[in-house]
Write a protein that binds this ligand. Structure first.
Ligand code: UT7
Length: 329
């Protein structure tokens, strides 16, 4: 029996118009453009200002663009998987709202929570449904409105993140291109290095949790930086080894965009030169589940059929992973 393989057949994106620059942040917290650029690589990030719009809206816009590019009718979609840590509501799932917004009436839909690794976990999940023959067309979306959980008085975190979304359509591949395989890892973050403390079932919202600013992200930047640098590089080497890829075989590294220094360390460990690394952190900051599909979108006109892509991410959880994709378009 031949093994089915999923391929990416279209990429869509959504970025809010508003650009929050480092210079604007200088007026909000004790920071400066030079520090942010040299320590993170970020110059500006996009912010969704409209209070009536959130993650579902951005995910739906990205999905609509992908559907249009692939000339796929929303009714053909069997499954919507949406990765996010900033769902519109704790429930129902944001994926259900997107399903309705885009008219994918025949699809079932669910969210997946794996922070900055969310898109890679979702990509593997969507691909598995196609490989098993349980779905023909799948929408995989990474979307986050990080500004909704950022404390704009905390310089440790508010400079890092932005809002945005990316989406891909997965279909069955009819050649040797597509999503070849993935490696995923998890290590429970018992030290609370990267957390949103309140709002869940352990610490439901109260006047006290709000007053203590516990509905915002907190991060021990240095601890996460160490873990992320090691984790992303290790798993990228692991996926190269699994597929017998040398640095020359890798056409593109598609890294999660958390910090330019983490990206450069990963590329160095892989032996991949900087011209083969997708970097847009300068423009968008860290959009959590959005970073990898937003890279694919920004670079899609430079990609050729058969190109070897290594997608790699590390995030809260801790979660991390890498996926080997042979580009299909
Ligand atoms: O995507 C999810 C995973 N997340 C990540 O991968 C993020 C990982 N962490 C990082 O990217 C980095 O740790 C940060 C960018 C968050 C911080 O960079 P760092 O080089 O690790 O800085 P640090 O935390 O060691 O802080 C160095 C100094 C400190 O001052 P002192 O103690 O040396 O006096 C901080 O208080 O920089 C100070 N600092 C700032 N200064 C100006 C921290 N944030 C800022 C700021 N502006 N925004």
């Amino acid at each position: 029996m031949s093994i089915k393989r999923a391929k990416i057949s279209a990429v869509g994106h959504y970025l809010p118009e508003y650009r929050l620059t480092n210079f604007e942040l200088e007026k909000m917290v004790d920071t400066n453009d030079e520090w942010i650029r040299t320590r993170t690589g970020i110059s500006e990030r996009r912010i969704l200002k409209d209070p009536d719009k959130a993650t579902a809206f951005m995910g739906a816009e990205a999905a609509k663009e992908a559907l249009e590019e692939a000339s796929v009718d929303p009714l053909e979609i069997d499954l919507v998987v949406l990765a996010t840590v900033t769902p519109d509501y704790l429930f129902p799932a944001t994926a259900c709202l997107v399903q309705e917004m885009i008219g994918a009436k025949n699809a079932f839909a669910f969210d997946l929570s794996a922070a900055c690794s969310g898109f890679l976990y979702a990509l593997s999940t969507g691909a598995s449904f196609i490989e098993a023959g349980n779905a023909k067309k799948v929408l995989v979306i990474g979307a986050d409105k990080m500004s909704s959980i950022l404390d704009y008085t905390d310089r440790n975190t508010c400079i890092l993140f932005g809002d945005g979304a990316g989406a891909v359509i997965l279909e069955e591949s009819d050649d040797d291109t597509g999503i070849i395989n993935s490696i995923h890892h998890t290590e429970g973050d018992t030290n609370c290095s990267l957390y949103q403390h309140a709002g869940g079932s352990l610490n439901p919202a109260t006047a006290e949790t709000v007053a203590a600013r516990q509905h915002y992200i907190t991060q021990d930047g240095r601890a996460v930086f160490k873990k992320a640098t090691m984790g992303m590089a290790d798993v990228s080497l692991e996926i190269m080894k699994k597929n017998n890829l040398t640095a020359d075989d890798v056409d593109w590294l598609v890294p999660h965009q958390a910090n330019l220094r983490i990206i450069e360390a990963t590329a160095n460990r892989m032996g991949v030169t900087s011209d083969k690394v997708m970097i847009n952190i300068n423009k968008y900051g860290n959009t959590t589940a959005g970073t990898i599909p937003l890279c694919l979108y920004d670079w899609k006109n430079k990609l050729n059929k058969g190109d070897n892509l290594v997608l790699a991410a590390f995030g809260g959880g801790f979660t991390w992973g890498a996926t080997y994709v042979k580009w299909s378009m």
